[in-house]
Structure formats: C-alpha cells, structure tokens
Write a protein that binds this ligand. Structure first.
Ligand code: UD1
Length: 339
C-alpha cells in the first residue's frame, strides 16, 4: 500500500484525512510544527485508528528537515495541508503569510523534487473565487482573490500546476474546499482553534457550551432566503474521504486537476443555528449584528467535477455536521475541566 506524507497532518483537515487513510490501509507519516495544532492529536489518532503514526515535528520552511523526513520515510505522494489560514491575520501580517505559505511550499516542493517525490494533493480554498458572479460556483469561475490569504492559495496553486506542466511533478490534485465543519464520529478528533474562533461553527459550539453569551450573526440583510450569509458547509469526514479519492487518482494517473469540494447546497447562518438545536437539543442564543467586512452573501459549490473525476460526493447533512461538532466540542470541554 502507498505511503503518504501529510504536512500539517495534526491540523483539522489533516488529522481527519489521516484517520480515513489509515482505515483504508495506507501508511501515513505525519508532519507538523504544532504552531496551530494540539500536541495530543497523534495520540488521539492512535486511539481512533489503533495505529501509532510516525511523527516528524518540523516547519515546512526548513528544507533540510524536509529532505531528512523524505529520506527517513520514502513516500509515494505528499498531501500538503500545512499553511496559515486566517484571513484577518493575513491582512495584518502579509509577509508572514508569504513566508509560511509560499516560501514554505517552495521549500517543500524543492525537497520533494530532490527526493524524487512527484505526486501531490494540495489544500486550496474557495477563497480563490472571491466574490462570485453566480452560485453554484464551477471551477471555471473567475479567480479574484480579495485578501492576502487567498493570494497565497492562488500563488501556490499556480506553482504546482506549473510544475506539472514543466514535468517537475508528475501529478497534482488542487482541492478547493468550501466550509469544512463537524468532527470525527468518535468525538476524539475535531477542530480546535486557538483563541476565540473566527469561523461560525466553532464559535457556535462555544456559545452552546456557555463560553460566550451569544452568537453574533453578521448581517440579516443579505439577498438570501433569510437575510443571513449562505455557505456550503461540508462535513469534515466527507472532505477527508474526498482526499483519499483524489489521492487514488494522483497515484494512478499523470497530470493535474482542480476540483471544488463542497456539497453543492448552501445553508444560511440561521439555518445552521436551527439545525444545531434540532440535532443536539441545545438552543444557541444569537444577536443580529452588522455585516462582517469582506463577507459575501452566498458562496456554494458546483461539485459536479469532483463527482465526475473522483466518483465522490458528500453524503452527510447539516444535522450530522452539528451533532458531530457538538460531540467533539462537549468532550473537549469535559477534558479541559478534568483535574
Ligand atoms: C472563512 C474565510 C475563508 C476561509 C474559511 C475557512 C473570510 C472572509 N473567509 O470563510 O477564506 O477559507 O473561513 O473555513 O474570513 N458568521 C457569523 N458569526 C460568526 C462567524 C461567522 O454570522 O461568529 C457568518 C459569516 O458572516 C459567514 C458564515 O457565518 O456568513 C461563515 O463564516 P466563516 O465560518 O467565518 O467562513 P467564511 O467567511 O465563509
């Protein structure tokens, strides 16, 4: 079975992908610098899967460390998750985003090239579409980034497709994620943002837990069915399974492809509040506040390309997303309260 290196493997999407790959018999090597991931993720993954994973603690910008990792663990492909991902922070400190994301990816790709590793699956984001002209968004939609974080994703996409075109890489998958939410059904791994979460679902869960008095709903005057923002929330396990499907194709065929990973259905912020109550029995208080600068009214995917190329489509609905997010969040709360 193939052996795969996951950069950023201890993060939210990386850890769930690791769980799916292990269940499906791949050898997985985790690499993370733990700058935005909890130290106990590898141990939690061991409890979920029964496998003790090789772990390399390194920064992708450290090319010598990348070379050493690839020498110690010859791999068939890399799934490259490691990146900074906060829009606000990227605008406040753009150079650190260019350095971590773009320079880091150059170093990783250089180490891969020298080690003869020429297949990659890359974490991109629907943020590359900026404000879409129409929804659902196909991969052919205009790319118009509106912030530094989005710029780094677009640059990294371009570097990787250039490397395939020039024969430096044999195969690449560019995966444009919509809004990943939920958690592993075991409740043992999930999203664990540092500080006060900026994203909807982790914040909503923390309100449910009593850590904040209410959810701020950023705007109820958008041209959507109930006025609140509409997004394509996708269960993290569906997203993780899509990585395995993309990986299979990258291992089997040369060339590159770019696909949206979403459900194809948009739900509003208020839909999520209602789904959370009906899935968990916990009613989350909310207040309508002004729009958040930079937000778009609606953003959801046309996931047809992923279905055609990968034979994959999302199967889990918003109630499952809410139930699984809450199972994880309430366990984390219990763990945090333990003596
Ligand atoms: C954000 C990023 C996007 C990134 C993604 C990662 C921005 C502009 N976009 O997407 O680049 O890839 O996270 O998951 O930051 N909302 C509230 N109250 C809250 C939090 C959010 O009402 O406390 C609303 C937002 O206005 C939006 C929706 O919930 O309508 C989703 O927000 P969020 O989870 O932050 O994701 P995006 O903004 O879609």
């Amino acid at each position: 079975m193939a052996r795969i290196l996951l950069t950023g493997g201890a993060g939210f999407i990386g850890s769930h992908t690791a769980a799916v790959l292990l269940e499906r018999g791949y050898d997985v090597v985790l690499l993370d610098d733990f700058s935005n991931a909890a130290r106990d993720v590898p141990e939690r993954l061991r409890r979920v899967t029964g496998v003790s994973l090789p772990l390399i603690e390194a920064d992708i910008r450290d090319e010598a460390a990348m070379a050493a990792a690839l020498a110690a663990f010859p791999v068939d492909a890399v799934i490259h998750f490691a990146a900074k991902k906060a829009v606000g922070e990227s605008e406040a400190d753009p150079l650190s985003y260019y350095d971590s994301n773009i320079v880091g990816t150059v170093r990783l790709l250089t180490a891969m090239h020298r080690a003869g590793v020429d297949r990659i699956v890359f974490s991109s984001s629907a943020t590359v579409y900026g404000e879409p002209d129409v929804c659902p968004i196909t991969e052919a939609a205009a790319l118009r980034v509106t912030n530094v974080y989005g710029r780094t994703k677009l640059v990294m996409e371009g570097m990787i497709t250039d490397l395939v075109r020039t024969g430096t890489l044999k195969a690449a998958a560019i995966l444009r994620y919509f809004n990943p939410v939920g958690a592993h059904p075991s409740g043992l791994i999930g999203e664990d943002p540092r500080g006060v979460p900026a994203n909807l679902m982790p914040y909503l869960c923390q309100v449910a837990e009593g850590r904040h008095p209410h959810l701020n709903v950023f705007g109820d005057d958008y041209p959507t069915h109930d006025g609140s923002g509409v997004r394509d929330f996708i269960h993290i396990m569906d997203l993780a399974e899509a990585h395995e499907a993309a990986l299979r194709r990258v291992l089997a065929r040369d060339g590159d492809f770019t696909v949206n990973l979403g459900t194809g259905t948009g739900y509003s912020v208020l839909d999520m509040v209602k789904a959370f109550a009906s899935a968990t029995g916990v009613k989350v208080p909310y207040e309508i506040v002004p729009r958040r600068p930079g937000d778009v009214a609606a953003c959801y995917a046309d996931p047809t390309m992923a279905a055609n190329l990968l034979g994959w489509h999302a199967t889990r609905g918003i109630e499952t997303m809410c139930r699984d997010a809450w199972r994880w969040q309430s366990k984390v709360a219990l763990t945090n309260q333990a003596p």
